[in-house]
Write a protein that binds this ligand. Structure first.
Ligand code: ZN
Length: 230
């Protein structure tokens, strides 16, 4: 289930003091086309209303639900939050990216645009934005005197300018130190839920970094290498 934004609501009607969306422009959860769903609401109830609508493209049915009606003005007009089910599998930003201080505002914007454009199924534009984002990331990691070099050259010198091994070594040592708490009996320093949750998280990152990521990168590279050159 996904919440539909006000900006995706094309038209509204007011019925018995309820402000209701009568059509929405969204990506069909089934065929992924951007289509207009017309919404006809019947029984109104302050807690929940629902309806269904058929995609004009593929003919499949999606369900629309409004919950949590609230008064929005002095005329006591009620407006609720609109949701659609099922949810089209839209790509989302990688978890935790908002907490990374070194990922600048410019990179955030470039990354967000890339994901938004991907979700609109504009493949050429997405590929261009990915390349632009790679340039942005490389520039962030390299000193300014290297920025004018071609991207391939910048990537080549990247390992000399930034310590690519450091994060993984810090990670491995953190797990070792946490493990020592459990392995050596010490009443003062017993591992608790918080420590062990963190350790399992770290193990997940380690497995991802050492096993999953290299395999995915290899598969992706083989795929790209096999693509026709023009
Ligand atoms: Zn459809």
């Amino acid at each position: 289930m996904r919440q539909i934004l006000d900006s995706e609501v094309a038209q509204t009607v007011t019925s018995n003091n309820y402000l209701l969306p009568s059509s929405v422009d969204i990506m069909c959860p089934h065929c992924k086309r951007l289509v207009t769903f017309n919404l006809k609401w019947s029984s109104l109830n302050k807690n929940l209303v629902y309806t269904l609508s058929r995609c004009a493209g593929c003919g499949d049915i999606s369900y629309f639900i409004i919950v949590d009606f609230k008064e929005i003005n002095e005329q006591k007009v009620l407006k609720g939050s609109l949701f659609v089910y099922p949810e089209a599998d839209r790509r989302k930003a990688i978890e935790g990216i908002n907490e990374v201080e070194d990922f600048s505002d410019g990179l955030h914007r470039a990354y967000e645009s890339t994901i938004n454009v991907y979700n609109t199924r504009e493949w050429t534009a997405t590929a261009v934005l990915c390349r632009r984002l790679l340039e942005g990331i490389t520039k962030t990691l390299l000193p300014s005197e290297e920025h004018d070099k071609p991207l391939a050259k910048q990537l080549e010198i990247l390992p000399n300018k930034t310590d690519l091994h450091r994060p993984i070594m810090t990670l491995a040592h953190a797990i070792r130190k946490g493990g020592n708490l459990g392995a050596h009996f010490d009443l003062e320093k017993e591992p608790n839920e918080e420590t062990t949750k963190l350790m399992v998280d770290l193990i997940d990152y380690l497995i991802e970094y050492l096993f999953i990521l290299p395999q995915r990168i290899e598969e992706l590279n083989n795929y790209v290498e096999k693509m026709p050159k023009d």
